[in-house]
Design a protein around this ligand. Structure first.
Ligand code: KG4
Ligand code: ZN
Length: 338
């Protein structure tokens, strides 16, 4: 049975996993660089690449021993080829390419966003096509229509900041540590979401596009004009989170109306947000939708999503035997065909 090694190094997580056709996920290793970048309030690309170089070999070795297999048992190597930070991607690509070449097995480049979407099916019954994917991460905010595996049409995108970026920047404004998404979600549980009247970007507008920069500015104004107390921080966090979620629900509702689709997948780091999951579950009940969420640890960047997507590509006959260190930091998902 095929065993696929998946390698993810597109940003600030060095992540490795092994997916086996009949046993499922047999190893899952994630090393987060959050502590390394925290003092800078965001990811420093050169530091990220250097740290991936240090961690990639021990992590792959750990995954191989966790699964109790040999390198010679591998069927193919899948790696994130983009989008992401060029230097960081090159580390994963270099390692994957060398290993696949040494073992004379296929080398499968994976689109990071496709992997975020596809991993929603790893523990679930496969989501039926066509489905809508609400992709909410640190670098992207998109609504896609997946008509078959590897075929995606972009219905909506952000006009400015990505959703995770809005979380992170709003957190930074209020003095919360990087990355701020989880921090905002945590303190929002102590705040009143109705206390600050923040704008709902794009609400009621036709189409499925997003915009978050105005909301971020509203957070800055609310914070700088406040007494900056702990209570205010929690209230602004809760109000911000509610505004972001209202906007997501409105945009997704438009996509559902336009496509008449009943199947939805939620993906990306912000899909770990518990309030967003709750509200989407309510929407699913109201409109009789079939919604798949990835497990919480498969929402933020991980190797399981790369190994699983690589496995699915391998099964669909995608077995390139060329050893080219291919990366594309600005790879568009719509250009991604199996
Ligand atoms: O998908 P991801 O790990 O990396 C990218 O591909 O961008 O997403 C990271 C983003 C960060 O902006 C982080 O703050 C956000 O996901 N995030 C959250 C939560 N957990 C992570 N945002 C809101 N609520 C959360 N619980
Ligand atoms: Zn990601």
């Amino acid at each position: 049975m095929a065993i696929i090694l998946g390698i993810e190094t597109s940003c600030d997580e060095t992540a490795v996993a092994l997916y086996c056709g009949n046993r499922g996920l047999i190893a899952h290793e994630v090393y987060s660089q959050i502590e390394l970048h925290r003092e800078y309030g965001g990811v420093v690309p050169e530091l990220a690449s250097r740290d991936h170089i240090k961690k990639i070999t021990p992590l792959v070795d750990a995954a191989i021993s966790e699964a109790d297999i040999e390198f010679s048992d591998l069927t193919a190597v899948a790696y994130t080829a983009g989008p992401g930070l060029a230097g960081a991607l090159m580390v994963g690509a270099g390692y994957a390419c060398s290993l696949a070449m040494a073992l004379n097995i296929p080398l499968i480049p994976i689109h990071h966003l496709e992997a975020h979407v596809v991993v929603a099916n790893i523990d679930n019954k496969e989501q039926e096509f066509p489905y809508l994917a609400l992709l909410v991460s640190g670098g992207h905010t998109q609504i896609l229509l997946a008509s078959e595996f590897g075929k995606y049409d972009l219905l909506g995108d952000t006009l400015d900041d990505a959703i995770g970026e809005a979380f992170d920047k709003s957190a930074k404004i209020m003095g919360l540590p990087y990355p701020g998404g989880r921090e905002i979600a945590q303190i929002a549980t102590f705040g009143d979401p109705k206390s600050f009247h923040l704008p709902r970007p794009m609400l009621g507008r036709p189409g499925c596009d997003f915009s978050f920069s105005g909301l971020k500015t509203a957070v800055a104004n609310a914070w700088y004009n406040s007494d900056k107390s702990e209570k205010v921080r929690c209230d602004i966090a809760a109000s911000f989170q509610e505004a972001v979620i209202d906007s997501c629900i409105d945009r997704l509702s438009n996509a559902l109306k336009i496509t008449k689709c009943k199947n939805v997948v939620i993906a990306g780091g912000v899909a770990a947000n518990v309030k967003l999951r709750e509200r989407l579950s309510c929407l699913a009940q109201q409109h009789d939708l079939n919604v798949h969420f990835p497990r919480l640890d498969y929402c933020t960047d991980n190797g399981a999503m790369v190994a699983f997507t690589g496995y699915k590509k391998y099964l669909s006959g995608h077995r390139p035997q060329q050893y080219i260190m291919q990366v594309n930091p600005r790879w568009k998902l719509v250009d991604c065909r199996t």
